[in-house]
Design a protein around this ligand. Structure first.
Ligand code: SAM
Ligand code: SF4
Length: 326
C-alpha cells in the first residue's frame, strides 16, 4: 500500500481539514476586523469531504482534525463527522473550536463521532477574553467545556496563544486550572502571517520564557512518543493536567511534522507557511476519481520541503490562520 510519507522520512497519518474560512470571532492576531468573504467559491460539500477523507484514509491517514475558520458555523458539521466516523481506520476525529456553540451542541458533536476536542481560550480573565476575541463569552465557552465533559469528551485540550503584554502573566491561573483537572493546556507561540506583521512584532513572545518558568516550578518534559507531533508536553506530579508547548520558531520543529492540511476549498497545503497549494477539488467530483486523487496527493508530497522559513520572515501565502485551518 502507498502511504503518505516524504523524502525526509516523515509520515503523515494526520490531516487537518478546514471546513470553512468563516468565523464569528475577531481574534486580534487572526481576524481583527472579523471575517470578510473574499470570493464566491463555495466550501467543499459533504460529498467532496467524504471522498477526500476516504482517499486520505486509503493512504494511511488515521486522524483528522476539523478546523477552520470556526468549524461549528457549518450546519452540516455533524454530517461531516458521521462520514469520517464511518471509515474504520480513522480512529481520531478531532475538532478545534472557539467553543461558542459547545454548550448547545457538544452532545450532538460527540454523538456524531467527534472524539477529541481542542478549545481556544487565550485568557482566563473575562475582560481580556473580550478584548482578544471581540466577544464577552468566556463564561459561555467555559460552560461549553463543562457540557463537552458531560457529553463524554475525554482529555479536552485548551489552546492558548502566547501574547506578550497580554496573557504572559497568567501562567499561575492556567496552572491552577490544571491542578485538579486532567486537561492539557497548549501554549502556542504567536505566528507571523501575512496579515498580522505589526501585531506579531509587538506581541510575539518566545515560549522559552514559559518553559523556563515551568522548569523552575518543577515541571519536566514528558518523553516523546515516536509518532508525536510538534507539541512538547510538561508534567508535574502535583498536577493532574499537563502543559503543552507549540513553538514553531524553535529549531527542529519541522522534524516531527506529521500532518498535512486541506483548505475549505480543497487545496492541499504541504505546510502552514508554504506557497500555493495543490488544487484537489477537480479530483473530488466522483468516486471513480479516487485512484487519480491518491496519485495527485502522492505526487504533491514530493514537493514538501524540509522546513518552513518563518525565521526569515517568509510566511508563505498564509494571510491568516482562519484561511488555512490553524
Ligand atoms: N476558530 C477555531 C479556534 O479558534 O479554535 C479554529 C481555527 S483557529 C485558526 C485554530 C487555532 O489557531 C486557535 O487555537 C488559534 O488561537 C490559533 N491561531 C490563530 N492564528 C494564530 C497565529 N497567528 N499564531 C498562533 N496561533 C494562531
Ligand atoms: Fe476565529 Fe479561531 Fe481565528 Fe479566533 S483564532 S478569529 S476563533 S478562526
Amino acid at each position: 500500500m502507498n502511504i503518505l510519507a516524504d523524502r525526509f522520512g516523515r509520515a503523515f497519518p494526520y490531516l487537518r481539514l478546514s471546513i470553512t474560512d468563516a468565523c464569528n470571532f475577531r481574534c486580534q492576531y487572526c481576524l481583527p476586523k472579523g471575517y470578510r468573504k473574499t470570493d464566491k467559491m463555495s466550501f467543499l460539500s459533504v460529498d467532496e469531504i467524504s471522498r477526500l477523507l476516504r482517499t486520505f484514509a486509503g493512504l494511511g491517514m488515521t486522524k483528522v482534525r476539523l478546523t477552520g475558520g470556526e468549524p461549528t458555523l457549518r450546519r452540516d458539521l455533524c454530517e461531516i463527522a458521521t462520514h469520517a466516523a464511518a471509515i474504520p481506520s480513522v480512529k481520531t476525529i478531532a475538532l478545534t473550536t472557539n467553543g461558542y456553540s459547545l454548550k448547545k451542541n457538544a452532545k450532538a458533536y460527540f454523538d456524531a463521532g467527534i472524539n477529541a476536542l481542542n478549545v481556544s481560550i487565550d485568557s482566563s480573565s473575562p475582560d481580556k477574553f473580550f478584548a482578544i476575541t471581540g466577544h464577552d463569552k468566556l463564561r459561555l465557552v467555559q460552560e461549553g467545556i463543562a457540557a463537552a465533559e458531560e457529553a463524554g469528551f475525554k482529555k479536552i485540550k485548551i489552546n492558548s496563544v502566547l501574547i506578550k503584554g497580554f496573557n504572559d502573566g497568567e501562567l499561575t491561573d492556567f496552572l491552577a486550572y490544571i491542578k485538579n483537572s486532567d486537561t492539557s493546556i497548549r501554549f502556542i507561540e504567536l505566528m507571523r502571517t501575512g496579515d498580522n506583521q505589526e501585531y506579531f512584532a509587538a506581541h510575539h513572545l518566545s515560549s522559552e520564557i514559559i518553559i523556563a518558568q515551568l522548569l523552575e516550578l518543577g515541571f519536566s518534559a514528558v518523553p516523546r512518543q515516536f509518532d508525536a507531533g510538534p507539541a512538547i508536553e510538561y508534567q508535574h506530579r502535583d498536577y493532574l493536567g499537563k502543559i503543552g508547548i507549540i513553538a514553531p520558531y524553535s529549531k527542529d520543529f519541522c522534524k516531527t511534522c506529521n500532518r498535512l492540511r486541506v483548505t475549505a476549498r480543497g487545496k492541499l497545503m504541504l505546510c502552514l507557511f508554504g506557497e500555493g497549494g495543490f488544487d484537489l477539488r477537480p479530483f473530488l467530483q466522483s468516486d471513480d476519481q479516487i485512484q487519480e486523487l491518491q496519485d495527485e496527493i502522492l505526487a504533491a508530497l514530493n514537493f514538501k520541503v524540509q522546513s518552513h522559513h518563518l525565521q526569515m520572515g517568509q510566511t508563505g501565502t498564509t494571510q491568516n490562520l482562519a484561511a488555512l485551518g490553524g
